[in-house]
Structures are given as structure tokens and as C-alpha cells.
Design a protein around this ligand. Structure first.
Ligand SMILES: Cc1cc2nc3c(=O)[nH]c(=O)nc-3n(C[C@H](O)[C@H](O)[C@H](O)COP(=O)(O)OP(=O)(O)OC[C@H]3O[C@@H](n4cnc5c(N)ncnc54)[C@H](O)[C@@H]3O)c2cc1C
Length: 458
């Protein structure tokens, strides 16, 4: 049986980086991947969707060109085959680069196949048994397909099968009004199709503040995305060439007929076929691997990183998991998960950049909270770019003077939010940023201004 210092299951967003680090430290590492190197992010998640968002943005700006004094003769056409080809080329460059680096790395043996635990210290892959003192699980997740009535009667797409679409769906019905559904919804509307988003909750992206959800709904609705909220009892039937989603909404028609259906209702960890019981690795009720603050599982010598541990659902959280594990194992640096701050972006256009608490969370925390806000209509850079939708909000602890969180919805806000994130990581008082001289004209230049206009929350 081949003997390694470490086995890594899954070449997603933590596995390869960890493999390079461990191998660089002189360990013999086996890395096992059952499908595509780079995992969800590179192949069916972040990279392809942001490439598609960029094509959709180009179409949008081309249609608005006259507003900028630019004349484009004739209609704006979108060639979906070229849109897909551009996306595929970006994905392939990323995946192939990483695959080649893994294949030629010293001390890394790259195995292709589905890995399953045979015991706490051994794994079976493609008929071979590998063993190691340390095993790292980085198996990610997949689209959740709930047993909705009629779902087996209709053809549906997920974020993975959407990657093969090289045509324009005439009318895309999307079930799920959160991050994935919204990104696909706005993009396919901009490509020129009809889009209906069906959401069971009373508002889009319900983990955000109500006014943020409302502003996001306004942004997509103004572009012609039909949003159906409070959709209870969603079911499906086929009617000729059409897919019909039956919805029991408080308002609007009781059914939506479309040409294609995308399910974007959540993710499920890939932990159900890993033989975890043979290793003594326990999961919670939703299938996420239970880990401690340094990502060790319930089995000594086994760690779980990335989406499969339920501690994050982003590429940056998976990569941060790698940093935590490597720091503890190799650098005598006791980094832990609870040190990191919540941070993410929603890549509709304009994007939402988020860090820390929402207003609702700050209010519920019982602290003395100060808030500063500014609509993007009062941001010079946004006006100059002709992109004035959204608003920025920063929350401050009135006693410690530290920033509690921010919701920045507007052009450039996926980048601007990092200034706040870094200040929060430094645990610095907000006055550090308030007194900093920011560059004009940028979106970020208004952050000190907002902090100069703080008021108590209602
Ligand atoms: C549509 C979409 C858009 C997204 N956009 C963003 C974004 O903009 N920003 C962001 O931060 N996050 C985004 N995400 C989330 C991000 O893709 C994930 O959080 C990230 O990929 C998680 O990384 P991971 O390493 O945990 O798992 P994954 O990237 O899923 O990798 C897991 C790997 O393990 C392999 N594997 C699974 N089981 C086994 C097994 N038994 N044996 C061998 N190999 C196995 C899989 O094939 C896969 O390659 C998006 C997700 C989706 C679906």
C-alpha cells in the first residue's frame, strides 16, 4: 500500500494550495481529484460566472451607449456561442495551469478518481489503497435539488449544466432569489432573454437588510427581470415545449411558463459517499463535516477544509481554511476560523460588497450602534460613470468606535469594501479612515465622508 505523509481528497480551492505547501516542506503528498482540477470555483462557479457577468455588462453598456454619446449603428446582438467560448477559454487557462503545476510538482502524486475512506488513515481510489498519517478533506459541494413536486417530470439546469449553454433561453425561469439565482438572472436578461426569478421568501437575498434586498430587486426589475416573491408550494409540469412553474404567490399569476428552468436553491456538501463512518469523521444533520476552530474533524489526524465543513461557502473561506491548517501544522502559528470576519460580494451589476454585521444584526446585538449612509446618486465617480444605483451603509460601535459592518451596493463596491474589511481586521477605530485622505474621484473617497456623518440608529 503506497504510504504518504498526507492525503488530500479534492483539488478545489484549498487542496492544491495545501498540497504545494506540504510538499514544499518535504512531505510526500497524494492529491486525489475525481473530476476537474480547480473544483467548483474554477469550473462551474466563480470564474465562469464572472466571465459571463462581464459579457453581460458589455451588452448592457453597448445598449446604453447613446447615453454616453457613443453611436453604435443597428441593434446590439449577443452571440451566445462566442460568449461561452470566451468563458470556456478563461476557465481552461485557469484549470490547465493548475493541473500542469500539480502534475509536475515534486513530492506530489496526483491520483484521478473518487476517493473513499477505508479506515481513519487510509483511502481507496480507483482500486488502490493509499495510507497516510494525515488526511485532508476538501470535497466541496454541489447544487441542491429538493424533491419539489413535478421536478422529475421536467428538464432543469443547475449552475453546472448552465456552463454548457451556448444559446439564449427564450424565457429562463430561475427558482431561488439569492446570490447564484440573481447573478444568472441579470446576466441572461442582459443577453436578451426573458427571465423570471421565483423566490419562496418575502424578499430577495433574505440574509441582507430589507432595504438592501429592496434596492437589489429594483435594480434587476428595472432591467426587466420578473421577480415573484412569497412563492409557496412551487411545483412543475410540462406543457408542450414549455416548463410551467406553479406558484402560490400572494400577488400575480398562479403559474409561470418558460422555455428553461434553473434551480438555484442552495448547495449540498459532497460528504455522502466518502466512507466517513470508516474514519470516525462525524457530520451534522445537513451533512457538513464537524470541525473545531482549527478545522480538525472528530477523527484525530483528519481535517476538513472548504465548503464541506459548513464554515464558509466561498473561495476565499476555502483558501483561508488552507492558510489556517498550514499555519498550525507548519508555522507554529495558532490561526483559527473564529479570527476571520464575514466578507463576500454579490456580483450583480452594480455589485454588493459586504463585511461584518448587517443593520439588523447590529441592532440585535444590543450595542450602541452608529450608522452612516450615502446614496450612490451622491457619489461623484458613480455619476460620472452613469451608474448611480444603490447605496452605501457603514455601522460603527458607538462605544469602542470600531466598525461593525458595511453593506456597499454600487459601482465598484466589491473593491471598495476591502478598505473597511482591513480596518476591521486591524481593530482600528473608525476615525483612522475618517481622517485618511482618499483619492478623488473614487467610490472609496466617500467612505471617510460617511464616517464623518454618523448618527445613532433609530
Ligand atoms: C455559480 C456559483 C458561483 C460562485 N461564485 C463565487 C464567487 O464569485 N466568489 C466566491 O468566493 N465563491 C463563489 N462560489 C462558491 C465557490 O465556488 C466555492 O465556495 C468554492 O469553490 C469552494 O471550494 P472548495 O475547495 O471547498 O470546493 P470545490 O471547489 O467544490 O472543490 C471540491 C473538489 O473536490 C472534488 N471531490 C469531491 N468529492 C471527491 C471525492 N470523493 N474524491 C475525489 N475528489 C472529490 C470535486 O470534484 C471538486 O473538484 C460560487 C459557487 C457557485 C456554484
Amino acid at each position: 500500500m503506497p504510504d504518504f505523509d498526507a492525503i488530500i481528497i479534492g483539488a478545489g480551492q484549498a487542496g492544491p494550495s495545501l498540497a504545494f505547501r506540504l510538499a514544499g516542506a518535504g512531505m510526500k503528498v497524494a492529491l486525489v481529484e475525481r473530476h476537474l482540477v480547480g473544483g467548483t470555483c474554477v469550473n462551474t462557479g466563480c470564474t465562469p460566472t464572472k466571465a459571463l457577468v462581464a459579457s453581460a455588462y458589455a451588452a448592457r453598456i453597448a445598449r446604453r451607449s447613446a447615453e454616453y454619446g457613443v453611436e453604435i449603428g443597428g441593434d446590439i446582438g449577443v452571440d451566445m456561442r462566442r460568449v461561452k467560448a470566451r468563458k470556456d477559454a478563461i476557465v481552461a487557462a485557469s484549470r490547465n495551469g493548475l493541473t500542469a503545476a500539480l502534475e509536475k510538482a515534486e513530492n506530489i502524486s496526483f491520483y484521478r478518481g473518487h476517493a473513499r475512506f477505508a479506515s481513519q488513515h487510509s483511502v481507496e481510489v480507483a482500486g488502490e489503497r493509499l495510507q497516510a498519517a494525515r488526511i485532508f478533506i476538501n470535497v466541496g459541494g454541489r447544487a441542491l435539488v429538493p424533491a419539489m413536486p413535478g421536478i422529475s417530470e421536467v428538464r432543469f439546469l443547475t449552475n453546472s449544466s448552465m456552463m454548457g449553454v451556448d444559446f439564449l433561453p427564450r424565457h429562463l425561469i430561475i427558482v431561488g432569489g439569492s446570490y447564484i439565482g440573481l447573478e444568472f438572472g441579470q446576466m441572461y436578461r442582459r443577453f436578451g432573454g426573458e427571465v423570471t426569478i421565483i423566490e419562496m421568501a418575502p424578499r430577495l437575498v433574505r440574509c441582507e437588510d430589507e432595504d438592501v434586498s429592496a434596492a437589489i430587486q429594483d435594480i434587476v426589475a428595472r432591467e426587466g427581470v420578473d421577480v415573484r416573491l412569497n412563492a409557496k408550494c412551487v411545483s412543475f409540469v410540462r406543457r408542450g415545449d414549455e416548463i410551467v412553474a406553479k406558484v402560490d404567490c400572494a400577488a400575480g399569476a398562479p403559474e409561470v411558463a418558460g422555455s428553461h428552468l434553473l434551480l438555484a436553491v442552495g448547495r449540498k456538501p459532497n460528504t455522502d459517499d466518502l466512507g466517513l463512518d470508516k474514519a470516525g469523521v462525524r457530520c451534522d444533520a445537513r451533512g457538513y463535516i464537524i470541525v473545531d476552530d482549527r478545522l480538525q474533524t472528530t477523527a484525530p489526524g483528519v481535517w476538513a477544509l472548504g465548503d464541506c465543513n459548513g464554515k464558509g461557502a466561498f473561495t476565499h473561506t476555502a483558501y483561508n481554511d488552507f492558510e489556517i491548517v498550514a499555519a498550525n501544522l507548519l508555522d507554529h502559528d495558532p490561526r483559527k476560523v473564529s479570527d476571520r470576519l464575514t466578507a463576500y460580494a454579490l456580483y450583480i451589476d452594480p455589485p454588493l460588497g459586504r463585511v461584518g454585521m448587517t443593520l439588523a444584526e447590529a441592532r440585535a446585538s444590543g450595542r450602541r450602534v452608529l450608522v452612516g449612509e450615502r446614496p450612490m446618486t451622491r457619489v461623484a465617480r458613480a455619476i460620472e460613470k452613469g451608474e448611480t444605483q444603490g447605496f452605501m451603509r457603514i455601522l460603527v460601535d458607538g462605544d469602542s468606535r470600531e466598525i461593525l459592518g458595511a453593506s456597499l451596493l454600487g459601482t465598484g463596491c466589491d473593491e471598495a469594501v476591502h478598505a473597511i474589511l482591513d480596518l476591521m481586521c486591524a481593530k482600528a477605530p473608525y476615525t483612522v479612515m475618517q481622517r485618511a485622505m482618499h483619492i478623488h474621484p473614487t467610490v472609496s473617497e466617500l467612505l471617510p465622508t460617511i464616517l464623518g456623518e454618523l448618527r445613532p440608529i433609530d
